[in-house]
Write a protein that binds this ligand. Structure first.
Ligand SMILES: NC(=O)c1ccc[n+]([C@@H]2O[C@H](COP(=O)([O-])OP(=O)(O)OC[C@H]3O[C@@H](n4cnc5c(N)ncnc54)[C@H](O)[C@@H]3O)[C@@H](O)[C@H]2O)c1
Ligand SMILES: [Zn+2]
Length: 355
């Protein structure tokens, strides 16, 4: 059993296939040709057994597979690795007809995608996202990037892959915090698009936290459909794509402040709690919806009291990428499934939400 979602427009359209155990020869056939060189990019945390299966199946289709491992973690999204991989491709005489296959979390995917977008002005790439966050978020939508010392994702490109294979078997080996970090983005997709989906997450929270594969397949598919709908309408973030940033203005500020103590999805979950409070007052978010958001975050255990004040977060809220001139642009909810961008003139007016 698998589901298929098509994303994008025209030439850059691609399919996302979701199911258990998808790394089969049949699924690779569409992307691989005989004698094609394939750079298989991953990190050491990705289960070796799965990598071995992928390699075996690619080779049986006549491809020449080149392994490339990067150290796990955000630091790997660097210029240094970007350059090293380019040199590796060039030394091994990769041509534009060859390909990169990213098998890993968002770090591997973002780096591989950016290399693919620039090597010889663009080489094919395929994504096999292995973390829940990468499966429901970073592998969908064509954003690729590396980091600068001064900030994350500051250098990158919009570049769609040829295809995305979401094999939910990878989730079995994922750490508990990494798993929950991905759940936060799924909750976000439900809150910006669909109350019934939010209710479903609440009802089956226990099964989902226990990684029941039936429920996981359902919520991953539903989540990707929401992101797919948005990024297909607004590929380059000129309008509604910004709604995907619900929870992220405060979330990014928390991430900056707490550093590696807080994972991205965790920061977004707490960010959504703050931004829901703001929506309650500024957009008259319905009380029932507000309560549903609170229950949902609690059920998924995002209800710790964070030790941080408004004044400590303020400098980071000020530098959010969505801001324009002197305005802080916040994504807020009028209702679950209905977003609006609210421009805040006086940042200090947000202070009361942090008490
Ligand atoms: N391109 C986009 O649109 C987009 C969207 C959201 C996030 N991102 C980026 O994604 C990155 C975060 O993604 P992430 O949370 O996947 O980070 P990650 O790639 O660092 O993965 C998290 C951890 O899980 C490990 N891991 C991954 N899959 C595993 C598996 N199956 N079994 C065991 N361990 C596994 C990794 O080695 C790593 O230690 C950030 O760099 C962020 O900027 C990009
Ligand atoms: Zn996010």
């Amino acid at each position: 059993m698998f589901s298929k979602i098509t994303i994008g427009k025209g030439q850059s359209k691609y399919d996302v296939i979701i199911g258990e155990g998808l790394c089969t020869k049949a699924n690779f056939q569409k992307f691989v040709t005989k004698d094609q060189k394939i750079l298989l990019l991953s990190d050491r945390n990705i289960p070796r057994k799965k990598i071995a299966t992928i390699k075996k199946n690619l080779k049986s289709l006549g491809a020449k597979v080149y392994d490339y491992e990067i150290p796990p973690g955000e630091k790997s999204k660097s210029f240094n690795n970007f350059e090293k991989i380019h040199n590796f491709l060039s030394t091994n005489a990769f041509l534009r007809s060859d390909a990169i296959l990213a098998c890993g979390g968002g770090v591997v995917g973002d780096l591989a995608g950016f290399v693919a977008s620039t090597y010889m002005r663009g080489i094919n790439y395929i994504q096999i996202p292995t973390s829940l966050l990468a499966q429901v978020d970073s592998s969908v939508g064509g954003k690729t990037a590396i980091n600068l010392k001064s900030g994350k994702n500051l250098v990158g490109a919009f570049y769609n892959p040829k295809g995305v294979l979401i094999d939910t078997e990878f989730l079995e080996s994922l750490g508990a915090r990494e798993f929950k970090s991905g759940l936060a983005e799924i909750i976000k997709h439900a809150l910006i698009d669909n109350r019934n989906f939010a209710k479903y997450l609440l009802k089956y929270s226990k099964e989902i936290l226990n990684r029941d594969s039936g429920h996981l397949n359902k919520i991953i598919t539903r989540s990707i459909k929401i992101k797919a709908k948005i990024v297909t309408k607004d590929e380059k973030e000129q309008g509604i794509r910004a709604f995907l940033n619900f929870g992220h203005t405060v979330g990014h500020a928390l991430e900056h402040y707490f550093g590696s103590k807080l994972m991205h999805g965790e920061a977004v979950a707490y960010g959504m709690a703050y931004e829901a409070k703001m929506s309650l007052e500024m957009l008259k978010l319905k009380k029932d919806d507000f309560q549903l958001i609170q229950e949902l975050l609690e059920k998924f255990e995002f209800n710790k009291q964070l030790k941080v004040s408004f004044n400590e977060l303020k400098p980071f809220i000020k530098i959010d990428k969505k801001n324009t001139s002197n305005l802080v642009n916040l994504v807020q909810l009028k209702a679950i499934g209905e977003c609006k961008i609210v421009a805040i003139k006086n940042i200090n007016s947000l202070k009361k939400f942090f008490n």
